[in-house]
Write a protein that binds this ligand. Structure first.
Ligand SMILES: C[S@@+](CC[C@H](N)C(=O)[O-])C[C@H]1O[C@@H](n2cnc3c(N)ncnc32)[C@H](O)[C@@H]1O
Length: 462
């Protein structure tokens, strides 16, 4: 019985016997064992010996055959690989054949690999791209790859963008990843968020956590239509995308809302805000990362069960909504999270580490908070968790719909800076009280500005 050790010995000391074995093995199981375990091939190994298996009716055997042909590094075998990559009925075999052509790392393969850039299987295209990137210093190769920048497949687009990025040194004009504009730190702007954001420079913010106004569910949120409401939020998050630093996070707290019926002859309507917003956010350049459920005690929410409790008739069932979503997005980038983290100095990374207990699941059980002035405030614990898991000390944290300023208070308590916008005077007044409760704010020069004052500060700093 053939073993891995035996194969290794044959490779090192009796190549002819190995060739004989490869030539005479007929049993599929034995052939597969041989092909899978043969390992690295010695220089000058005759790859044609594998050819007989390219016609096998077993796709695993064909897969391992093309892999081994690639290992020979023999450019004369390109045609064999090309034929398989073009005609094999199995996608895995075709992909491996293109990968093997790439592994030859021979400039003669450039035209062959280029042909596969228009293959209908995105994974074949990706293998061809990988093979071609070895020759990225050749301008004709790069210009062929450039043609894929608008490819319908998102992974291909991403690989091409990254290849482009590696070819150019990073722009000098981007602000340092860890810093933020001084004129925005610990500032509350009383005004419309969209107007205010026009005075915010690109890539100024590290983290945004917000709970947007509800759709026609509270006094402050009156929109002409649901469409107009979604359009407004899309505009806001598009601007937030512009002002967010590369690869950093946006966390949006929403839940479906019920708009009560207009009369007894109508029914109430439920609007699935998080689900309708999601596609729009992704289209604006936000990459979906996680959905966190904020779970509240049932006793804390409005009871919708009373009717059903009495009549018990199916279709009339109405569960009590005890959850809200925290949808987590990252500003889409080809850089890994490690890149973001490496931008911080060692001391900051150590000091910002999440120590002790932390929430391990995506269900966060937190009691809601009630405020005497604002009807929909964040619980401080919710803010603390988001800040702890998604920011570093010294970061600038933004809430475009600042409300009573809960996020700002948590940010300052956790040695971060905040930037808040809020359009209602009564809530800005509430913020003054809440943020002022902490004497730290006086020491840290918290500023309440009008949009015009903020615009002037922005201009001065540019
Ligand atoms: C759900 S509340 C946010 C509450 C906040 N998370 C807190 O902890 O207090 C939404 C807030 O957005 C504000 N708002 C609505 N439209 C706005 C706009 N265009 N610009 C700025 N603020 C706005 C509302 O006045 C309201 O205070």
């Amino acid at each position: 019985m053939l073993t891995k050790g035996h194969l290794q010995t044959l490779k090192q000391s009796d190549l002819n016997q190995l060739y004989a074995l490869l030539r005479t093995t007929t049993d599929n199981k034995e052939a597969l064992f041989l092909l899978e375990n043969i390992g690295a091939l010695p220089h000058g190994f005759d790859g044609l010996i594998f050819m007989r298996w390219l016609g096998s009716d077993n796709s695993d055997i064909r897969y391992w055959t093309v892999k081994n042909i690639g290992k020979t590094g023999d450019p004369d075998l390109v045609l064999l690989l090309y034929e398989t990559a073009t005609h094999d009925p199995d996608s895995f075999v075709r992909r491996e054949a293109v990968s093997s052509i790439g592994r030859l790392r021979n400039p003669t393969t450039i035209p062959v690999l280029t042909q596969f850039l228009s293959d209908s299987d995105p994974k074949v295209v990706l293998q061809a791209i990988r093979g071609l990137l070895v020759f990225r210093s050749d301008p004709t190769v790069m210009s062929e790859l450039e043609k894929l920048a608008e490819h319908p497949n998102e992974t291909i687009q991403q690989v091409i963008r990254k290849a482009r990025m590696n070819g150019h040194s990073a722009s000098q004009e981007q602000p340092a990843h860890t810093s933020s504009p001084e004129f925005m730190r610990n500032v509350v702007v009383h005004g419309d968020v969209l107007e205010t954001l026009t005075y915010v420079p690109d890539e100024a913010i590290h983290l945004t956590f917000t709970s947007p106004p509800y759709y026609n569910a509270r006094d402050y949120s009156i929109y002409e239509s649901y469409q107009a409401y979604l359009d407004f939020l899309t505009q806001v998050f598009c601007e937030v995308h512009r002002v967010t630093k590369e690869g950093r996070f946006l966390i949006v707290n929403t839940s479906p809302v019920i708009v009560p019926r207009v009369s007894r002859s109508h029914s109430s309507k439920r609007y699935p805000i998080p689900f309708d917003l999601h596609g729009r956010l992704v289209q604006t350049g936000w990459e979906f990362i996680d959905d966190i459920i904020w779970l509240k005690p049932e006793t804390s929410v409005k009871n919708r069960n009373a009717g059903f409790l009495q009549h018990r008739k199916p279709l009339g069932y109405k569960p009590n909504p005890v959850t809200e979503y925290l949808m987590v997005y990252r500003k889409a980038t080809d850089r890994l999270l490690d890149w973001n983290i490496r931008e911080y100095d060692h001391e900051n990374v150590q000091a910002s580490k999440v120590q002790g207990d932390y929430e391990t699941s995506n269900v966060w059980r937190i009691d809601p908070t009630f405020d005497r002035v604002h009807s929909a405030v964040f619980p401080a614990e919710l803010c603390r968790r988001v800040i702890r898991y998604y920011s570093y000390i010294g970061d600038l944290i933004f809430d475009p719909f600042g409300g009573s300023g809960t996020l700002g208070k948590a940010a300052r308590d956790m040695q971060r800076n905040f930037f808040l916008t809020e359009k209602e005077a009564k809530y800005v007044d509430r913020m003054r009280q809440i943020l002022g409760e902490n004497t730290l704010f006086e020491q840290n020069n918290i500023q309440f500005l009008t949009v015009d004052q903020f615009a002037a500060h922005s201009q001065e700093s540019s």
